[in-house]
Design a protein around this ligand. Structure first.
Ligand code: AMP
Ligand code: ZN
Ligand code: ZN
Length: 330
């Protein structure tokens, strides 16, 4: 049996690139110190920040919230968890339950927004009405609502649960489709555009999928083990995930090398053409006259719902006693 390279107790994981093995205790410490180093190296969170952590109910957001809740006291920032009930049948019911249980266990305040409560339909119906793939509508709705919630909460950063495997897959996919602007957004953080968009941070940038799962499991954090029913095995992301795992197996360390280089070079990729501006309906980030959320809801529901969404999120935050702090102290 493999033994921990630090203390000699039975190991729970062995790393092929460094040839080290770690016991449960030293593994948990290792993940926490990796996240701490990412936060420091890339200046993801500063003391006094208010961080809105987007939690899906899955293992990655469980690990992210678990580690961030430990770092909050140490660094001195405020943490709010945010979950979106996407209205994807039983899957969303279970995801929501996991998110609620996770936040309760960690003692982090949670706000839950429901797409059906806001729009009258769930994401699958919305996608059908828009005649667009469910996952693309879902991604857009999640991005919009998370950003809107962060703006309404006066948050300084939105924390996302993407792990190192996810990021390597997105980088490869964007390269294969030559979506160079997308590669530029795949570093550990994106910048805040005041009033329009809150910067996004990825605390699990160097934490692999396996580590993320093992951390949530060993800390006994509640999470949903199921995948979304709309994910298909034919999706490019799923295929690339297997390929990245295969590459990593033959060349241990490759994935993290790619990401640390990408973190340095992300700024060299082209930015989207044109200027970011305020959506004329809701005032949040748009690349044309209207943001994609307002455009899609206008087309499908007959009314652009951005402004309504902001109002809805503001009322949820107020109910939870999380209305924004005034930065000027007034
Ligand atoms: P995904 O887009 O499903 O790969 O998820 C990427 C990240 O987005 C997750 O790690 C979460 O931080 C966030 N996220 C995904 N789904 C939700 C959700 N239903 N509610 C809140 N945040 C979510
Ligand atoms: Zn040990
Ligand atoms: Zn809008």
């Amino acid at each position: 049996m493999a033994r921990c390279s630090v203390c000699g107790r039975p190991a729970v994981i062995c790393y092929r690139d460094s040839r080290r093995c770690l016991c449960a205790e030293h593994f948990l410490e290792h993940v926490e110190s990796k996240v701490r180093r990412t936060v420091e190296r890339y200046r993801l969170i500063r003391p006094g920040y208010r961080v809105l952590a987007a939690v899906s109910g899955g293992k990655d957001s469980a690990t992210m919230l678990g580690v961030l809740s430990r770092l909050a006291g140490e660094i001195g920032f405020e943490l709010i968890a945010f979950h979106i009930d996407l209205g994807i049948g039983e899957y969303s019911v279970k995801s929501r339950r996991a998110a609620v249980e996770l936040a309760r266990q960690l003692g982090v305040p949670l706000v839950v927004a429901s797409v059906r409560e806001l729009l009258g339909v769930g994401v699958p119906e919305l996608a059908r009405m828009a005649r667009r793939p469910t996952c693309s509508v879902c991604g857009m709705v999640k991005r919009y609502l998370t950003n809107a919630a962060a703006v309404e909460a006066g948050a300084d950063a939105v924390a996302l649960g993407h792990n190192a495997d996810d990021m390597a897959v997105y980088a490869l996919k964007s390269f294969l489709t030559q979506d160079l602007e997308a590669i530029g957004k795949l570093g550990p953080k994106t910048e805040t555009i005041p009033g329009l968009a809150v910067g996004r941070i990825r605390p699990l940038y160097t934490v692999t999928e396996k580590e993320s799962f093992l951390y949530a499991y060993l800390r006994r954090l509640p999470f949903l083990h199921e995948e979304c029913p709309h994910v298909s095995n034919r999706q490019t992301e799923i295929i690339l995930k297997e390929e990245v795992a295969r590459l990593e197996d033959r060349k241990p360390g490759l994935r993290l090398q790619l990401l640390s280089k990408l973190a340095r070079r992300a700024g060299d990729y082209p930015r989207p053409p044109g200027e970011a501006r305020a959506c004329r309906v809701c005032g949040l980030i748009a690349w044309g006259e209207e943001c994609s959320f307002c455009r899609l809801t206008r087309r499908t529901l007959g009314e652009p719902m951005g402004a309504r969404a902001r109002e809805y999120l503001r009322s949820l935050l107020e109910e939870a006693g999380l209305a924004p702090r005034r930065k000027d102290g007034a």
